[in-house]
Design a protein around this ligand. Structure first.
Ligand SMILES: C[S@@+](CC[C@H](N)C(=O)[O-])C[C@H]1O[C@@H](n2cnc3c(N)ncnc32)[C@H](O)[C@@H]1O
Ligand code: SF4
Length: 397
């Protein structure tokens, strides 16, 4: 979730949602996302809404963050009312959620359970930086009810970790995977980034094999995005570092798909046992996003919170919604979103989501070997996954 916020109409101080949106509750899985906006250091490539000590140190915002997030959970329950569904998935992301004590993360999870009820077998994930946890931390986190943990590994190669400003040592993510399984986590994921400046094919192969050898249930592999306004963005703009090359990125993607074949792809950048929470996003589900800058979607209304943790805490202290803006999606907006997201999933999208121009494009892509048409669905082939952005641009017409 890049940190820039869109424009939109104002959110009422109570956070109230239109009746038409509330009426859709229960039709789709319901998730809660909790954003934890703190990091020890900022990685040069990262545009997420996160703050280091130098920016907010001494403010007490981190120490009181769990209480503030709990206040938003209670507001969410009041806004959704008695039609609020049980929660199928919780995802705590960052930032670095594991900078908070496990008991603080557990307190937010209990507040979600008290307010909504967790569905039986709910998936409860947190992201974690590999060097922000140890075996004891992971045992306590498991004890708080977390079932899934996702570690930001990024690479196994020292010079790539250095160019990304990562603070962990090579080997630490793999050790963290073993500690998480020993602590009783059901699912463990590793995030990788490819195409970093100075990374060779051999470096990427090393990272992939190190990730697979650690035995996670899930791997995400994303091409490095050079975000404007980041340190990396400035280094690339000044010509000090090369921008990732499209052909190199395509080759690296093919290497990833081959190395991760044992896990099996289910979304263009994800392999293994699906993250149900993220699948909810890709299938147009409903979710409440707790935390500064967090985005939510309920029944065709999308809104986002104020960005700064101090402004966020101040709104909740006044018992007001921290919502900064919102948009009510039209039926056409929702159709376009479904096409954009569902085509990225292995099962693809139903052809009846497409209008005549999109259907004609689907036929052309099928003839070119980029899409596979089966029954009334269209799914990306391996070559199609390499060109997913171009394919989707024409399917939405
Ligand atoms: C924002 S981080 C939060 C988790 C944790 N702080 C970490 O870094 O491991 C979530 C994931 O987003 C991915 N990510 C962040 N910025 C990115 C960028 N500019 N390009 C590609 N992937 C990025 C990284 O793989 C990272 O693991
Ligand atoms: S640790 Fe994660 S969230 Fe924090 S700056 Fe680095 S990539 Fe971004």
């Amino acid at each position: 979730m890049p940190s820039a916020l869109p424009d939109g109409e104002p959110v009422p101080a109570s956070g109230a949602l239109p009746e038409a949106a509330l009426a859709e509750l229960g039709q789709r899985p319901f998730g809660v996302y909790v954003h934890v906006p703190f990091c020890v250091t900022r990685c040069g490539y990262c545009d997420f809404n996160t703050y280091v000590d130098r920016e907010i140190g001494g403010s007490g915002l981190q120490a009181t963050y769990a209480e503030t997030a709990v206040a938003e959970v209670r507001l969410a329950r009041a806004v959704l009312g008695d039609r609020a569904p049980r929660v199928d998935t919780v995802f705590v992301g960052g930032g670095t959620p594991t900078l908070l004590p496990p008991e603080d993360l557990g307190a937010v999870l209990r507040a979600i359970d008290d307010a909504f009820g967790l569905a039986p077998g709910a998936e409860v994930t947190t992201e974690a930086n590999p060097d922000s946890v140890d075996a004891e931390y992971l045992r306590r986190l498991r004890g708080e009810g977390f079932t899934r943990v996702s570690f930001g590994m990024q690479s196994a190669v020292p010079h790539v970790l250095a160019v990304l400003d990562r603070t962990h040592t090579p080997g630490r993510p793999q050790a963290a995977v073993a500690e998480a399984f020993a602590a009783g986590f059901e699912q463990v994921s590793l995030d990788l980034i490819y195409g970093s400046p100075g990374e060779s094919d051999e470096d990427w192969a090393r990272s992939l094999h190190a990730a697979v050898d650690a035995g996670p249930t899930h791997v995400s592999a994303y091409a490095l995005i050079v975000e404007e306004g980041t340190r990396l963005g400035r280094q690339v703009a000044r010509g000090e570092l090369p921008a990732p090359d499209d052909d190199v990125l395509a080759d690296r993607y093919l290497m990833a798909d081959e190395a991760l074949a044992g896990l099996g792809w289910y979304e263009v950048s994800n392999w293994g046992e699906p993250c149900r929470h993220n699948v909810g996003y890709w299938r147009g589900g409903d979710w409440w996003g707790v935390g500064p800058g967090a985005h939510s979607h309920v029944g065709g209304v999308r809104w986002w919170n104020v960005k700064h943790p101090a402004a966020y805490a101040a709104k909740l202290a006044q018992e007001q919604s921290p919502g900064a803006g919102r948009e009510v999606l039209t039926d056409e907006d929702r159709r376009v979103e479904r096409v954009l997201l569902e085509v990225r999933l292995r099962e693809g999208l139903p052809l009846d989501l497409l209008r005549p121009a999109g259907r004609a494009a689907a036929q052309r892509f099928a003839a070119d070997g980029l899409l596979q048409l089966a029954g009334e669905r269209a799914a990306l082939t391996l070559r199609g996954r390499l060109l997913a952005d171009a394919v989707v641009r024409e399917l939405v017409d």
